[in-house]
Design a protein around this ligand. Structure first.
Ligand SMILES: Cc1cc2nc3c(=O)[nH]c(=O)nc-3n(C[C@H](O)[C@H](O)[C@H](O)COP(=O)(O)OP(=O)(O)OC[C@H]3O[C@@H](n4cnc5c(N)ncnc54)[C@H](O)[C@@H]3O)c2cc1C
Length: 332
């Protein structure tokens, strides 16, 4: 780690030690990361990733943290944040080249102003373009991968590469960028010609509907559970299933299943990761008793000593002695 710190200092790359991760996610939950780095240029990103690799420092890349649950114990390693200074875009005819740190709603609005259609579904998603691509995020049965022409990224070995949409491995809320070890730096989109008025009006409808449905007054991370191809045709979306199980308003500590939308867990103030994990465990167990299936999580959990996994993966019994010990401590 010392060598990495020396390199960051010598290149003037902004970093902090013991940075509270609650300040870097929309749930406002999470303890300190040993090292938190916020590069300002693609060259600084490449130098940082290469220093992590050479010195065997465990690391993860994040954007706005709008799909992440950090642990109260933080992360033992380095977090690389692709932030606003790595944003920006260029629109030429029906093609848009975007840097990964661009805020997705900002890109959607700019394409509307240019009379380009295709990103209306992303106007209310509070993440960066890098995170949106990694999650293949979207709404209204659309995903960002539908409009992607190419993605430029730093591979695990630090080499700059370009993937076609096929190579990105896009599927429902999935891509090959999700392990947090490949860093998306830019992407190209091809959109459809329309008029600014039409695109803006569609975006206003999308936003109106989201304000009506989502509990946006409390910290949250959007949908906690994701649609499942086997569950959806039989019982509907996860929010509906959870609501039908009577779980709206269920609370653990300051984490609560939203009364407004049952697929949202809101932070009423001082919720910790163990409150959210406990609530998710209970929801999954009640749903399993009721429909005989496990609902998968969309939100990703950052394990302090390991890395990033979809939250449901930590519940495989015997897989997580640390979690079991923490839950016993809480119960006693
Ligand atoms: C109120 C609210 C509403 C939401 N609505 C939606 C919705 O309608 N549809 C939807 O799909 N999601 C939604 N989300 C979830 C979230 O906003 C999206 O998943 C978003 O795309 C995540 O972007 P981010 O920058 O916050 O990524 P983060 O949460 O920081 O990271 C998510 C994943 O992306 C990876 N990642 C981030 N940046 C990069 C990068 N540059 N290179 C490689 N990997 C990277 C991380 O390693 C991690 O695996 C919502 C969240 C909130 C809080």
């Amino acid at each position: 780690m010392i060598r990495v710190l020396r390199m960051l200092e010598s290149m003037g790359i902004p970093f902090s030690l013991n940075e509270p991760l609650k300040n870097h996610c929309t749930w406002r939950i999470g303890g300190p990361a040993d090292l938190f780095v916020q590069p300002r240029t693609d060259e600084e990103v490449a130098a940082t990733v290469s220093a992590f690799r050479r010195n065997d420092v465990p690391w993860l890349v994040i954007g706005r943290g709008s799909n992440l649950l950090f642990d109260d114990d933080g992360f033992r390693g380095a977090i690389l944040k692709i932030g606003r200074s790595l944003g920006g875009f260029e629109i030429r005819e029906d093609r848009v080249t975007v840097r990964a740190g661009t805020w997705a709603p900002c890109l959607a609005r700019a394409s509307a102003s240019a009379g380009l259609s295709g990103l209306e579904h992303a106007v209310g998603i509070p993440g960066n373009v890098g995170g949106l691509i990694a999650m293949n995020g979207g709404s209204l049965r659309r995903s960002i991968g539908d409009s992607v022409e190419w993605v430029r990224f730093l591979d695990e070995d630090g080499a700059l590469k370009v993937f076609s949409p096929d190579e990105c491995g896009f599927s429902y809320r999935r891509s090959r960028f999700q392990d947090g070890r490949r860093v998306v730096v830019a992407a190209g989109f091809r959109l459809k010609r329309s008029t600014p008025g039409e695109v803006r009006s569609e975006m206003e409808n999308v936003l109106k509907e989201r304000r009506r449905k989502f509990p946006l007054n409390y910290p949250n991370c959007g949908s906690v559970f994701s649609n499942d191809t086997e569950i959806f045709p039989l019982w509907g979306a996860p929010g509906r299933v959870i609501e039908c199980c009577g779980l709206k308003g269920l609370r653990m500590g300051d984490a609560m299943v939203s009364e407004k939308h049952a697929n949202f867990i809101i932070n009423l103030g001082e919720a910790g990761s163990s409150d959210v994990i406990g609530l998710v465990r209970t929801i999954r167990s009640v749903v399993r008793d009721s429909i005989g299936r496990d609902i998968p999580c969309e939100v990703r959990y950052v394990e302090p000593e390991k890395g990033m996994v979809p939250l449901h993966e930590i519940f495989r019994s015997g897989d997580n002695p640390r979690l079991e010990q923490k839950e016993q401590e809480k119960g006693s």
